[in-house]
Ligand binder design. Sequence first.
Ligand code: ATP
Ligand code: MG
Length: 442
Amino acid sequence: MRRSRFFLPTLRDNPKEAEIVSHRLMLRSGMVRQASAGIYSWLPMGLRVLKNIERIVREEQDRAGNQEVLMPTIQSADLWVQSGRYDDYGPEMLRIKDRHERDMLYGPTNEELITDIFAGAVRSYRELPQKLYHIQWKFRDEVRPRFGVMRGREFLMKDAYSFDLDYESARRAYQVQFVTYLRTFARMGLRAIPMEADTGPIGGDLSHEFIILAETGESEVFCDRTFLDYDLLGREIDFADAEAVGAIVEDFTRLYARTDEKHDQAAFEDSVPEARRYQGRGIEVGHIFYFGTKYSKPLGARVATAEGGEAEVHMGSYGIGVSRLAGAIIEASHDEAGIVWPEAVAPFRVGLINLKAGDAECDAACEAAYGKLAAAGVETLYDDTEERAGAKFAEMDLIGLPWQLILGPRGLKNGLVELKRRASGEREELSLESALARLTTG
Ligand code: ATP
Ligand code: MG
């Protein structure tokens, strides 16, 4: 993409309404634009990031054997009346009437609808287990929408649902999602810590919030620092191997990690040596939850059992805040100059800077480099504008692409270009060929 053609409305100054760094940087780097309170339009730069996050979430859900569906954003109130949540949900639910005066709503989540879909299709224990997910916009009329896309009213969520014959099998489904979440967030360059969360009336230990440590987070958290060193991506995980999956979950749940709702100071001090105690704030990026027959009972999701009887299915639901992650990743990865995108979610891999647009030799070298990067499938934003060098550098740092390839007449005279890594700030002079070789591999 040529910068001169790219729709990228960047801001030089910090917008007043933005209280936290990710919100400021998303506005300044032209990723999103507020449409109304807690509701955003995603501009090209932001949408590229959102799609990358979504792709990773989808790949990992598919890898774990979940099947993708797509349910609507607008739902009829009927199922919610049946489950008892139509009244319970309160003012967070956006309620709508259609032209026939029927009660509709903009879905804040999808347990009711997916349970109804399941109940209408599955009759026998032989068809279990089932695991379905979708990635769809949700609406919650939050009291205080703030922090940009982190607490929006309209937001993109991945929600998965599992259906099993009994508790043991539901527990396995839960564990597979647990490990899938660890992988998903690690691929985005994030360290998301699974913390014990409230299970409500169901009880048990099958509810975890996945939390990224960040000062601007809305949850207060307490955990063992050992979490800060784990590396999961090196391991090959066979999701069909229940024991191996269970062992990883065991590994992670042994360590103390709780949000303030579940925190117990005495237990924390007993189980974690002082030097390893972390107390701070965090951002919830995912939540997994086993809730037994809470929805299958009122919505009639039953299957025939092997013994000739009938049983209500055991369910779990598994959410990831896809749009919140765009902000959360920035909270976890930025510096004074701007965003520092992890490679896996970066909107482009390379920013190519032409230091003297209009200079025939410089233009030709840049065009050649741009062509070669495109041919190798490396996504590149080519700054072909006539801005001054300082402004170009500042903008590239602000938008945070992992690599900057800088071409200017002085270097080119000696056959040299400059390659800068955004994360470390490291700069290196080398030949264009070596630079391209570096950027087109790995
Ligand atoms: P929170 O405590 O932050 O309100 P929640 O418990 O209401 O979250 P869930 O219902 O479990 O959230 O939703 C699943 C995921 O969706 C959350 O882990 C979070 O990442 C994301 N999410 C929830 N509410 C919002 C929101 N208002 N804006 C953006 N993302 C959200
Ligand atoms: Mg909430």
